[in-house]
Design a protein around this ligand. Structure first.
Ligand SMILES: *[C@@H]1O[C@H](CO)[C@@H](O)[C@H](O)[C@H]1NC(C)=O
Ligand SMILES: *[C@@H]1O[C@H](CO)[C@@H](O)[C@H](O)[C@H]1NC(C)=O
Length: 383
């Protein structure tokens, strides 16, 4: 595996340049497959047009049909966008639109890695051609800043810089965006996203997510963490519970005011020196927030559907209603469907798939794993 390091002068810590794709009128390029060296990236079928019902607050779009990301009627969703998981991201967007009561009020913020093999520009074009009237922006994530914070002691697949993008949303998104729903790419939403958006974050809570208090919290940290005289004290006054960082409602005003990015980075710096956990981006979130998250109904993250690390194992749904399905874990539904060995629940993902042609993989495999947004074993406590 090889990670390329950008040969660039020192950059501001804010990593981003945004490609502005605000126009609701299509850019005019449709179904042009992106092509990168040895790698024909996909073609997606254009999604059906999902329109607002009469009951929806309309956005104040101007004559050019622009929707400003500052419009207060919008529901903001942030996701990463990378060539490995593109098919998942497209299906996720499709599912959100399909079930939203006011699909035109959903604004997507996509974070793409600067050195994604398909390039952020190509990814943007693919999103535009698949969803011609979608309101979205693509931000380019400068990997070089975060890469120095990522501990080298953890598994390569968990070290994808893009996996840490959720920690930078307060910096990346426009200041006027005061709340955002972060979603992983291996999910589908089967309910109105506005319900999740309307979650009240009580007191001074900064994030909301389903909590799993019967999971064994101890195992997310190493014995050198628990035996340290000081570190476990960071949980004092809290009853920490596991939560999954693949679905979060985030109050970006409180996030920015409380400097939560820095808090998470501080734990990443400690991890670099001391190895206090084995997984990637999840444990620092647990360190900062566990026991202090707004507990959202479990229906909003039916996780673990990717199966555990035992080959071929399938998971079933947890008890209770379902608003969001999450294929966290090793297997991904598009891979299993293509290999003709799907798990039963993978058929629930299939109707949202807009994929048209197969990706022809390069013979050179060196980039594989380079840009994957992979939670993999982060979610190993299947409940
Ligand atoms: C969300 O909240 C808004 C504003 O309070 C309200 O108009 C809307 O009906 C709510 N939507 C849902 C689905 O709960
Ligand atoms: C929780 O996990 C830790 C570390 O893996 C283990 O030592 C402990 O026995 C577990 N506790 C329970 C109740 O399973």
């Amino acid at each position: 595996m090889r990670l390329r390091f950008p040969m660039k002068p020192a950059v501001l810590p804010f990593l981003v340049v945004s490609l502005v794709f605000l126009s609701r009128s299509a850019v005019g390029i449709r179904n042009i497959p992106g092509r990168i060296a040895g790698f024909d990236i996909v073609q997606f079928v254009e999604a059906p047009e999902y329109r607002n019902g009469k009951e929806c607050a309309s956005q104040s779009s101007n004559r050019e049909n622009f929707v400003s990301s500052c419009d207060p009627s919008l529901v903001h969703v942030a996701m990463t966008l990378d060539s490995e998981y593109l098919r998942g991201s497209i299906a996720a967007v499709h599912s959100v639109l399909r079930h939203a009561s006011c699909p035109e009020n959903v604004f997507f913020h996509f974070i793409a890695a600067e050195f994604d093999p398909a390039s952020p520009r190509v990814l943007s074009r693919l999103v535009r051609s698949t969803f011609p009237s979608l309101s979205f922006k693509v931000y380019i994530f400068r990997e070089d800043t975060v890469i120095n914070l990522i501990s080298s002691s953890i598994r390569q697949a968990l070290e994808s810089p893009l996996n840490y993008a959720r920690n930078y949303l307060g910096d990346i998104l426009d200041r006027c965006v005061d709340r955002v729903i972060y979603l992983d790419s291996d999910i589908i939403v089967v309910d109105d996203i506005t319900k999740l958006w309307n979650t009240t974050l009580t007191g001074s809570r900064v994030i909301g997510a389903p909590e799993y208090c019967h999971a064994n919290f101890t195992k997310y940290f190493t014995s050198s963490f628990w035996s340290d005289p000081g570190l476990p004290g960071s949980f004092s006054g809290r009853k920490p519970c596991y939560f999954n960082t693949g679905v979060m409602v985030m109050d970006l005003v409180r996030w920015r005011e409380g400097s939560y990015r820095e808090k998470i980075e501080t734990w990443m710096q400690i991890q670099k020196k001391r190895r206090i956990y084995d997984l990637g981006s999840l444990p620092p979130f647990l360190l900062v927030f566990a026991g202090d998250v707004e507990a959202i109904d479990h229906r909003w993250n039916q996780h673990g559907l990717g199966g555990d690390n035992v080959r071929g194992s399938c998971r079933s749904l947890h008890k209770g209603p379902v608003s969001l399905l999450h294929w966290s874990g090793k297997g991904k539904p598009w891979v299993r469907l293509d290999e003709k060995r799907p798990c039963p629940l993978d058929h629930l993902w299939e109707p949202y798939d807009l994929y048209e042609h197969k990706i022809e993989r390069a013979k050179d495999q060196s980039f594989l794993g380079f840009s994957s947004l992979s939670e993999l074993t982060e979610d190993s406590s299947f409940l």
